[in-house]
Design a protein around this ligand. Structure first.
Ligand code: ATP
Length: 339
């Protein structure tokens, strides 16, 4: 399987009068996994379908490897793009055996050959060729669907909300399995999700979409740490936004000075993640809510800067009504314009 790059350049798409994608630029390097993350209806699936060739872009171009697949005067149909697709329901053909399902996308001559066995081995399903789909567990069915998508040796794998129909426990297991497989196969993949955790866990890079626009692309770390807007900051994690007065690399706030990553001056709104705060033995804030998550706890306090979320160790002894202080202990952070 040769991983190829995917280049999405200036892609636009409308349905009737509704603009669904606006000038999308995204480069996926060979072997990389990119998550398209955004709220419902923001255009993620449409972008994936444009890459697959199931929709024609109105503007821009799609290139896979060295081949222009779509663009002015160019159109390569989906079956000629060497792209594997896995859909939300992973639908297997119920009347076909596992082996027949996996061989479905292969040339006729290869359907009974070693490629089917090979693809099943890649997903840890050796020897199950003759089973019927309804005799498999949900997780096994998904692995068969993945084997079917990778059997024709696609250079790119596209996955549309592949885990959304699974219950929580199975979702985490299947997600880890698929993650391991994608890493082992070294295949270029683009997948759609509206789940931030899924995007962060599976994506080497995450592309955040909103309302048909690609708002930010970066590693999960970059997006979490350096979101370009308050909307993205809160879309990818818990946030406190604290009003402060910036003076160079520091902003004065009601809970003390907050270190900034870039020089700013005047009124700003500073991004403070709950784990960047620490409760102290002070007396400036009151504990209003304690939520236990097992690995840690989230404490809501009423502080001079307004209500704040503070992540604390699960072993902290803390109760509603306690008087505490709040201190910033994180790295220099980002400041947004104050509206
Ligand atoms: P979700 O997470 O809910 O699947 P999404 O981000 O994948 O959402 P899309 O499915 O790409 O969003 O849809 C984007 C917008 O385009 C929506 O408003 C949708 O109604 C519209 N749309 C999608 N396909 C068509 C179509 N074939 N004809 C008309 N409108 C469409």
């Amino acid at each position: 399987m040769t991983a190829r790059a995917v280049e999405i350049a200036g892609v636009g798409k409308s349905f009737d009068d509704t603009v669904v994608l606006t000038e999308i630029d995204l480069h996926v390097t060979p072997g990389q996994s990119v998550a398209l993350l955004g709220p419902s209806g923001c255009g993620k699936t449409t972008l994936l379908r444009v890459v697959a060739g199931l929709e024609r872009p109105d503007a821009g171009a799609i290139t896979i490897g060295d081949t222009r697949m779509a663009g002015p005067g160019t159109w390569v149909p989906p079956e000629k793009r060497n792209v594997g697709m896995v859909f939300q329901d992973w639908a297997l053909f119920p009347h076909l055996s596992v082996g027949r399902n996996v061989g479905y996308g292969l040339p006729r001559a290869e359907r009974d050959g070693p490629r089917v066995t090979e693809a099943l081995a890649m997903v840890g399903m050796t020897g199950l060729e003759d089973r019927m789909p309804d005799t498999l567990s949900g997780g096994q069915q998904q692995r068969v669907a993945l084997a079917r998508a990778i059997a024709p040796r696609p250079s790119v794998l596209l996955l549309d909300e592949p885990f959304s129909n699974l219950d929580t426990a199975l979702r985490v297991d299947v997600r880890s399995e698929v993650h391991r497989l994608l890493v082992e196969l070294g295949i270029t993949s683009i997948f759609v999700t509206h789940d931030q955790e899924e995007a962060f866990v599976l994506g080497d890079r995450v592309a955040i979409m909103n309302d048909g626009i690609l708002e930010q692309v970066g590693t999960p770390y970059e997006i979490y740490r350096d979101p370009v807007s308050p909307w993205i900051a809160s879309f990818v994690g818990d946030v406190n936004l604290i009003d402060a007065d910036a003076n160079g690399l520091v902003a004065a706030s009601p809970i003390g000075d907050l270190p900034l990553r870039g020089h700013r001056r005047g009124p700003v709104r500073v991004l403070v993640r709950p784990e960047a705060l620490r409760l102290t033995s002070g007396d400036t804030a009151e504990v209003r809510l304690v939520e236990f998550y097992g690995h840690d706890m989230m404490v809501t306090v009423g502080a001079p800067s307004g209500e704040l979320s503070v992540r604390v160790s699960a072993s902290s002894v803390i109760e509603r009504g306690d008087r505490v202080g709040v201190e910033y202990v994180g790295d220099p952070t980002v400041a947004f314009d104050r509206p």
